[in-house]
Design a protein around this ligand. Structure first.
Ligand code: AHR
Length: 327
């Protein structure tokens, strides 16, 4: 009898300690459910691209899996909307704020307001240019300069045996955004080492397919001899492909195309030979974001910078990867 009671007590204690540890695995989100409830206010840039849609899904799914209550807002690519959303999260006294800043500058005031209210902030995907790094706990996202360099390195290799001038047009991302600034800078640094590479036109396409098409149409009218298009994301590249085909040229052959992201539509165009090279930028930041948020709230130390792991794809690699691409 005594033995039976001890066994029951032991079973009860084991169950209690499992509950205190926060329960089982949280599916795709590594954090697991349970523990103290966390409310996160998340201000998303918008829905400008396939990448952004996948990023939103990753954040929403991971919050669910990690047992985090998510208050989500879409800023429609406007900084003023993001500032309003952050102020509203401060008023609602959420436990933590995460956001992907549409542009790099102009965040100090609102981030100070969050700090004064003792609400920690995590930057995700894009950085801010504030020198005061105490305004946020960590920055999780890609190294956009590195992405630009990888695009440039492919081009240098592709034209290594040619001495002719190479005329490049560039479709930039949203003006003032970290990925537009950094992808431009990284690319320029690498190709700048050889004078044959000339950027003959460079303009923003705001990371959207429609703008990519419109700007490429204008580029084609004013520049008869374009050899290469460098688009800061797949969506603008895909819009530009429509413009190139509309002008009677063959994308991937008459004009070589390099893009960034590697979303499914981009990978499809790459395996169809319409794009020549894609630098990956992963949108699947949700699981890491939830883990970091839990650590920050527990007062644990987190790294100041968490860089996303990424690769690159040529046409053959895209054919291999396409069937298992999640987004
Ligand atoms: O900040 C990441 C960039 O934003 C992606 O490359 C682009 O597609 C998106 O809109």
């Amino acid at each position: 009898m005594l033995k039976r009671i001890s066994a029951l007590m032991l079973a009860g204690l084991t169950a209690m300690s499992v509950a205190a540890c926060g329960g089982g695995s949280g599916g795709t989100g590594g954090s697991g459910g349970g523990g103290d409830a966390i409310t996160m206010g998340f201000s998303q840039v918008g829905a400008e691209s396939g990448w952004r849609t996948a990023n939103t899904k990753s954040v929403q799914d991971s919050a669910k899996n990690a047992g985090v209550t998510l208050k989500f807002s879409d800023a429609q690519q406007k900084q003023e909307n993001q500032i309003k959303a952050i102020r509203s999260y401060i008023q609602q006294k959420v436990d933590i704020i995460a956001f992907s800043p549409v542009v790099e500058s102009g965040w100090e005031t609102v981030l100070k307001e969050a700090k004064d209210a003792k609400i920690p902030v995590i930057l995700t995907d894009r950085a801010v240019d504030s020198k005061d790094t105490t305004l946020y706990k960590t920055f999780l996202g890609s190294d956009f300069i590195e992405e630009g360099k990888k695009a440039g390195q492919w081009l240098v290799e592709e034209y290594k045996s040619s001495t002719d001038p190479v005329n490049i047009v560039e479709l930039q991302g949203t003006t003032g955004s970290a990925p537009a600034n950094d992808r431009k800078a990284g690319f320029a640094e690498v190709i700048g080492a050889e004078s044959k590479f000339k950027i003959v036109a460079s303009q923003t396409g705001d990371f959207t397919r429609a703008k990519g098409k419109e700007v490429m149409e204008a580029f084609l009218k004013s520049n008869p001899d374009i050899d290469v298009l460098y688009a800061h994301n797949d969506d603008m590249g895909l819009g530009a492909i429509e413009a190139i085909e509309g002008a009677g040229k063959v994308p991937g052959k008459d004009i070589k195309i390099i893009t960034v992201d590697a979303v499914k539509d981009g990978m499809q165009a790459l395996s169809d030979g319409k794009i020549n090279f894609i630098v990956e930028c992963s949108p699947l930041l949700g699981p890491q974001l939830m883990d970091l948020a839990k650590k920050v709230i527990k007062g644990e130390q987190v790294p100041a910078r968490v860089v996303t792991e990424e690769t690159t794809f040529n046409q053959e690699q895209a054919k291999q990867a396409l069937s298992t691409r999640q987004y």
